[in-house]
Design a protein around this ligand. Structure first.
Ligand SMILES: [Zn+2]
Length: 350
């Protein structure tokens, strides 16, 4: 059992109401999805109303401010954007959040736990595409080249920090997704960071980070919603912690539009046995953004931000030494936030 809420909500699956230290948690079925009242959630975390994002309901404590809106899947923690698996709902005048989002996103982000994983020694870097597969292409750059350039710079920075780096490819050649996953799964005590750049409408811009959709949830990119496509993996908590650590620092470092931490069942994320993210560093299809992305200075900044995120993830979440364990306020809990510091409201647009 990884979370307090896992046990709590597992119990809730069997009975409509249980008692916890802070009060009653009621599960409600909203169109086939289990939801909990946000008033119970605020009470559980001892959150009080805060000034947050305009138009949103915001609650928080000294360390975190969260903002959300009825009918939407956007969920902000310290102004970093996450995309919920299910929208926030209002039922009988009460705002509700799905129990799977509580267990797999909200709680591991607000109260990260130490991973059972040993301290990281190795980082597997996966520059997307290569060879005949150029990925997104514009007049300014090919995605495969941007991915490799950022990965190489990041690899050197991680080595300078004492990490071993394994590149799934270190040249302009093609690898299948299965070959990339096989390399990642052969390396113990590692994380997997797949580096891509995006394509979309000409005006689309910004950074987004994907982690595997948790078990039982659908992915916005799934071709069908068959149950066998709803499997997750055992690293949900580590996946979201790694995504938070890397994404928050990349947004802070770049000032780019925050497109959020999102869920997907991309092939490369589905069968990975290590904590894994797929990072999208900006839009090749946006001429202004791509011009920047093609510069060495922008690539250095991105690589540096991702490196800081990986180091922060390792230092705060991976298996604690005695010294780290004694610094927790609650057994197994990480005391510090895993996102780059930024509490409170921001005028930055989504
Ligand atoms: Zn790509």
């Amino acid at each position: 059992m990884r979370y307090v809420l896992t046990m709590l909500l597992a119990l809730l699956m069997c009975q409509p109401m249980v008692l916890c230290a802070q009060g009653k948690w009621m599960l409600s079925d909203v169109e086939g999805v289990e939801y909990v009242k946000l008033s119970d959630v605020w009470r559980f975390y001892r959150f009080t109303p805060k000034t947050g994002r305009p138009g949103c309901v915001s609650y928080g404590s000294g360390k975190h401010v969260v903002s959300l809106k009825e009918g939407q899947q956007d969920f902000y923690v310290n102004n970093y954007r996450y995309v919920l698996s299910h929208p926030v709902r209002e039922v009988g005048g009460e705002l509700m959040i799905s129990s799977v989002d509580m267990r797999k996103l909200v709680d591991p982000v607000l109260r990260p736990r130490f991973s059972p994983q040993n301290r990281l020694r190795t980082v597997v870097l996966d520059p997307g595409h290569g060879g005949h597969d150029a990925g997104a292409v514009s007049a300014y750059a090919k995605e495969k080249d941007l991915n490799l350039a950022v990965a190489r710079k990041l690899g050197r920075m991680l080595e300078n920090q004492g990490y071993r780096v394994v590149m799934t490819r270190d040249g302009d050649y093609f690898l299948t997704l299965q070959q990339r996953v096989a390399i990642a799964n052969s390396v113990p005590d590692s994380v997997f960071v797949s580096i891509h750049h995006n394509s979309g409408r000409r005006a689309a811009s910004g950074i987004e980070t994907f982690t595997l959709a948790p078990q039982g949830t659908t992915s916005p990119f799934a071709r069908s919603h068959r149950f066998d496509e709803l499997a997750g993996n055992n690293q949900d908590s580590e996946n979201i912690a790694l995504a938070t650590a890397v994404h928050s620092r990349a947004i802070l470092g770049s000032g780019a539009v925050d497109r959020g931490i999102q869920r997907a069942r991309f092939s490369v994320l589905c069968t990975i046995k290590r904590p894994a993210i797929l990072f999208e560093g900006g839009f090749v299809s946006n001429p202004e953004e791509c011009r920047k992305m093609a510069t060495s200075s922008y690539q250095n900044m991105l690589a540096h931000s991702i490196c800081q995120g990986i180091v922060a993830y390792n230092n705060t979440v991976c298996k604690p030494t005695r010294k780290v364990a004694s610094a927790t306020s609650e057994a197994g809990r990480v005391r510090t936030s895993i996102s780059g510091a930024r509490v409170g409201s921001s005028s930055r647009k989504k």
